[in-house]
Design a protein around this ligand. Structure first.
Ligand SMILES: [Zn+2]
Ligand SMILES: [Zn+2]
Length: 266
């Protein structure tokens, strides 16, 4: 749930310090959204449970969304099938595979991507595409407003919908129509809430949004719940507690994402 850089310090215990990584249970399937530092512990959990496959959907490939990838234990298991998908790298030579390899290229990292023993399939699509992942799971995507590009996701299964919208910057007073269309009527929207509206003017052009904009978008699109996400590392636990109280007072559908939090769309 943390943005920009992991901050596992005593000031970030309550809400957590790991960067973006979500696990989504869909029927028998287990999907992963983003490969931030939270992916390391998730990989250990997968190994313990004997899982043999997953699909990893990447919002984009800034460090805080891929830093956990080299530490994902199932990637080193020959029995594991790992499908990686990204929607912002069609123009990049070699696509998402090349970007993941770059992060692990020496001297940045001692173990190259080629050392992964899992059956690794990397696929690039265009943000805005829709596709099926099988077992009745549908995915819609949209392009987000972020330096180097990013992709927003809407997952639909058995009449429930979940949206993952990070990283993205809003334009005050002009709600993002791509996002509004994607999150229309969603049961849960995870949204880039790096800043507060008061902090935003000092960060124009940095590619991030605010929890207040998240509420405005969710209300306009009739979404049911907002998870405030991608917390600024400068927002310690005391600050996050304040944000949580203010957001809940503003809209009862708002909650603040915490490390290990489990939400059920039942
Ligand atoms: Zn980020
Ligand atoms: Zn980013």
């Amino acid at each position: 749930m943390r943005g920009s850089i992991a901050c596992p310090t005593p000031d970030h215990v309550e809400y957590g310090g790991n960067t973006s990584c979500l696990e989504v249970y869909v029927g028998e399937r287990r999907l992963v959204l983003d490969a931030g530092t939270g992916l390391r512990a998730l990989g250990q959990d997968f190994m313990k449970q004997g899982l043999t496959r997953t699909t990893l959907l990447l919002s984009h490939t800034h460090w805080d969304h891929i830093n956990g990838f080299p530490f994902f234990a199932p990637g080193y298991s020959a029995n594991f099938k790992l499908r990686v998908m990204a929607g912002h790298l069609r123009e990049h030579p070699g696509g998402v595979r090349d970007v993941l390899a770059g992060q692990m290229a020496q001297p940045n990292f001692p173990v190259p991507l080629d050392a992964l023993r899992a059956d690794l399939r990397c696929e690039d699509f265009d943000a805005g595409d829709s596709f099926e992942l099988g077992d009745g799971l549908s995915v819609r995507t949209c392009r987000l407003n972020h330096p180097n590009g990013a992709t927003g996701y809407r997952l639909e299964y058995a009449g429930k919908s979940f949206c993952y919208i990070t990283d993205t910057e809003h334009t005050p007073g002009a709600p993002d129509q791509n996002i509004l269309a994607l999150i229309e009527g969603a049961d849960l929207v995870v949204y880039d809430s790096t800043y507060t509206d008061a902090e935003y003017p000092a960060h124009v052009g940095w590619g991030h949004s605010t929890w207040q904009e998240g509420i405005r978008l969710c209300q306009a699109a009739h979404a049911r719940q907002l998870a405030i996400f991608h917390h600024d590392p400068d927002h310690d636990d005391a600050t996050m507690r304040r944000i949580e109280a203010e957001a809940k007072a503003e809209w009862s559908g708002a909650l603040v994402a915490r490390e290990g939090m489990v939400l059920t769309l039942a």
